[in-house]
Write a protein that binds this ligand. Structure first.
Ligand code: ZN
Ligand code: ZN
Length: 237
């Protein structure tokens, strides 16, 4: 539904769709056609976020029942394909931060309720990569979320102590090895529940390693929140 404020914004500041450049309305920079084809994650395991088979339940898929991940659940708004993939990649590689409000509005629209006794932390980049790119996308996404919701964020709880290779270039077991012991806590965590934000989850090796690290430091629950998740079950760690 278009609110009064959004209608005024449409009138005075008409916007173009970030995906197809046609006019976009309702205070969000995606046109109605592009919004309609956004690949929402549904029928997926609440624990690992991967698609379920017809005999599996949403609580846990067969893989999670056999070998549960270190995190307690994974929420992803969209599958990492089509328009979400296009926008997330454009932001990451062109450093064009004006994609963030639209991506986070989409994320908010389908995310679950936030536990008020929890804290959000971004998956960190190594300092060398931040120098090269100029920013950590996960940090910027969380800042955008924190501007609209009263969430607690700790941007410095976690540090990437090794500059790991890009996960996208590696296979399943190389990814796990690549991130092993890559993260450390800068200070003790004051919250029993941590929400770990990662823009894209592919193999889940990174969020698995961070969850292991947080739980070893006394965190009771870790929930992974992600803009987009790959569907490939073979990529899971
Ligand atoms: Zn469009
Ligand atoms: Zn699962």
């Amino acid at each position: 539904m278009i609110t009064g404020l959004a209608a005024l914004q449409d009138f005075f500041f008409p916007q173009r769709c970030l995906a197809c450049s046609r006019m976009a309305y309702g205070g969000i920079q995606l046109c109605a056609d592009c919004l309609r084809v956004m690949p929402r994650c549904d029928k997926c395991c609440r624990r690992c976020g991967l698609p379920l088979t017809s005999t599996e339940t949403a609580a846990s898929c067969g893989r999670c029942l056999q070998h549960a991940p270190a995190f307690d659940g994974l929420f992803a708004a969209y599958w990492y394909e089509g328009i979400p993939r296009k926008l997330i990649t454009a932001l990451k590689y062109s450093a064009d931060l004006h994609y963030i409000p639209t991506l986070m509005r989409l994320f908010e629209a389908c995310s679950p309720e936030i536990d008020e006794n929890s804290v959000f932390i971004p998956v960190p980049c190594h300092a060398a990569r931040i120098r090269q790119r100029g920013f950590n996308p996960n940090h910027e996404y969380l800042r955008a979320l924190a501007r609209r919701y009263p969430i607690h964020c700790d941007y410095k709880l976690l540090r990437r102590q090794r500059n790991t290779q890009k996960q996208v270039t590696l296979n399943h077991s190389e990814r796990r090895h690549n991130v092993h012991d890559a993260f450390v806590l800068n200070h003790p965590c004051d919250y029993p529940v941590v929400n770990l934000f990662d823009d894209v989850v592919t193999s889940a090796a990174t969020v698995q390693e961070i969850s292991r690290c947080l739980k070893a430091a006394g965190v009771q629950q870790v929930w992974v929140w992600s803009l987009a998740r790959t569907r490939l079950a073979t990529n899971r760690s």
